[in-house]
Design a protein around this ligand. Structure first.
Ligand SMILES: Cc1ncc(COP(=O)(O)O)c(C=O)c1O
Length: 494
């Protein structure tokens, strides 16, 4: 019987040298489907799993994602120190609980919630914006039901009005919690909710209208102020009081710093709740989002559960019970480390780099730009000419240079528009932007050449896998199947 990676036998004899790669474990694959009978030495377990993970993409070059990929080492240290703390055990980790409360208060005030001095904000830390949206949606549904019941009216057909460009979490909310999703369709050239059409769709069963500050598809801010104004008129005419939720997953931490005069938040009378992703422009690693309500009255009391399993009365309003405390702590670190000034400077850098990319990509002459200058700092762009190759080819070939850019199609009714997206995050420097631009130009040159030259005559800019040189047989059917699987609503393009 071998004891560990050293290969030492129980009688003290050794039968081979003590390095992982000289051990017998590298001659067999790790178990995949069934838990192994015996232990694996920790050095081997680490090395082999580590090595397999080398085949994942590089998160820093993953421009598909809005989610933070770099934090200061001091914050990494705080995260590691708190990895073994279960946030829900509030009585035993009162400081962690207090740090989350401080974050809720800071966010609510940043978003202009009408909170008096000394008053506490109403909100919750979540795993991400998806959970935050489920909670906000449930609060709207319950408030609407309570009102209808009190009026003796039917309360079994709730609906919610959104743009067709909503992220998949809104569809999940609608399906999981049995709310009809009424989507305002997009059209070519107009990729966000049309406020007039949205308000037209509202009826007495509408629990809320959801506007997005920073569409997943092209980063564009929806016109929340116009939705608010039109809905106020409609409410005044009908006697309803249909409210608004703002999905600020990405834009919620951008607008306060880059566009402080833009009215989209609790300054608007009908905006009752807002979600923001701490792990996007809140600048924390994946695993934290926030929901905040304008006031106590906007969160029905019966949705808050009280448990005492952990020793004291604990109010909880989350979908999950246990979760790590480290990301909430990390959020607090970022707030005090950067302050409003630091966040503003980070966002300004992101915007400058996104605009730089925009000008340079446009200047190539090959692309139309589908993102706006104002909004989430990202570049959404599509090919002007798709006759020889398409956005999926560009994305596939950029991958060979290490870049991960998603190619996807717009939401209904603009599905025929396919596009690429590069999200500019804090850790995307001008130097990387220049590299990306060079690689985009090379990719286009390569694809143009490939379209006219026999594969055998191609001299690729980087080593090309054999299959890349094959004739473009079946390209259209491949493109269509990829379109289906890489639509921005899929979880992969978050
Ligand atoms: C507009 C919008 N809402 C919600 C979400 C879901 O957020 P999370 O990934 O934090 O659950 C996303 C994710 O990209 C998003 O872009």
């Amino acid at each position: 019987m071998l004891s560990a990676v050293t290969g030492a036998k129980s009688d003290g004899q050794r039968d081979h040298v003590d390095t992982v790669f000289a051990s017998r474990y590298v001659k067999v694959g790790l178990p995949k489907l069934r838990m192994p009978e015996c232990e694996t030495p920790k050095e081997v377990a680490y090395q082999v799993i580590h090595d397999e993970l080398l085949l994942d993409g590089n998160p820093r070059l993953n421009l598909a994602s809005f989610v933070t990929t770099w934090m200061e080492p001091e914050c990494d240290k705080l995260i590691l120190e708190a990895l073994n703390k279960n946030y829900i055990d509030m009585d035993n980790y009162p400081i962690s609980t207090e740090l989350q409360d401080r974050c809720v208060n800071m966010i609510a005030r940043l978003l202009n919630a009408p909170i008096k001095d000394g008053e506490s904000a109403v909100g919750a830390g979540c795993i991400g914006s998806s959970e935050a949206i489920m909670l906000a949606g449930l609060a709207f549904k319950r408030k609407w039901q309570n009102k209808r019941k009190a009026q003796g009216l039917p309360f079994d057909k709730p609906n919610i009005v959104t743009g067709a460009n909503v992220q998949v979490c809104w569809e999940k909310f609608a399906r999981y919690f049995e709310v009809e999703l009424r989507e305002v369709k997009l059209r070519e050239g107009y990729y966000v909710i049309d406020p007039v059409k949205a308000v037209d769709m509202v009826d007495e069963n509408t629990i809320c209208v959801a506007g997005i500050l920073g569409s997943t598809y092209n980063g564009e801010f929806e016109d929340i102020k116009l939705i608010n104004d039109l809905l106020m008129e409609k409410n005044a005419k009908t006697g309803w009081d249909t409210p608004i939720h703002v999905d600020g997953a990405s834009g919620g931490f951008i607008a306060p710093f880059l566009y402080p005069d833009l009215e989209w938040d609790f300054r608007l009378p009908l905006v009752k709740s807002i979600n923001v992703s701490g792990h996007k422009y809140g600048l924390v690693y994946a695993g934290v989002g926030w929901v905040v309500w304008k006031s106590k009255q906007d969160l029905p009391d019966e949705l808050i559960f009280h448990v005492n399993y952990l020793g004291v009365d604990q109010p909880t309003f989350t979908l999950n019970f246990s979760k790590g405390a480290s990301h909430l702590i990390a959020q607090y670190y970022q707030f005090i480390r950067l302050g409003q000034n630091g966040y503003k400077r980070v966002m300004e850098n992101c915007r400058e780099n996104a605009l730089y990319l925009r000008d340079a990509v446009e200047a190539t002459g090959y692309f139309d730009i589908l993102s706006k200058k104002e909004g989430v700092p990202l570049l959404a762009f599509s090919l002007k000419d798709r006759s020889q190759f398409d956005e999926y080819d560009v994305a596939d070939n950029l991958k060979r240079c290490g870049w991960i850019l998603p190619a996807y199609t717009m939401a209904p009714d603009a599905e025929h528009v396919s596009l690429l997206r590069a999200v500019v995050r804090e850790d995307f420097s001008r130097t990387l932007a220049d590299r990306l631009l060079r690689d985009i130009t090379r990719t286009i040159d390569y694809l143009k050449k490939r379209a006219v030259v026999k594969p055998s005559e191609l001299v690729p800019t980087r080593p090309v896998p054999a299959e890349q040189n094959e004739e473009r047989i079946g390209r259209e059917s491949l493109r269509l199947s990829r379109q289906k699987s890489t639509n921005a609503r899929s979880q992969g393009v978050c």
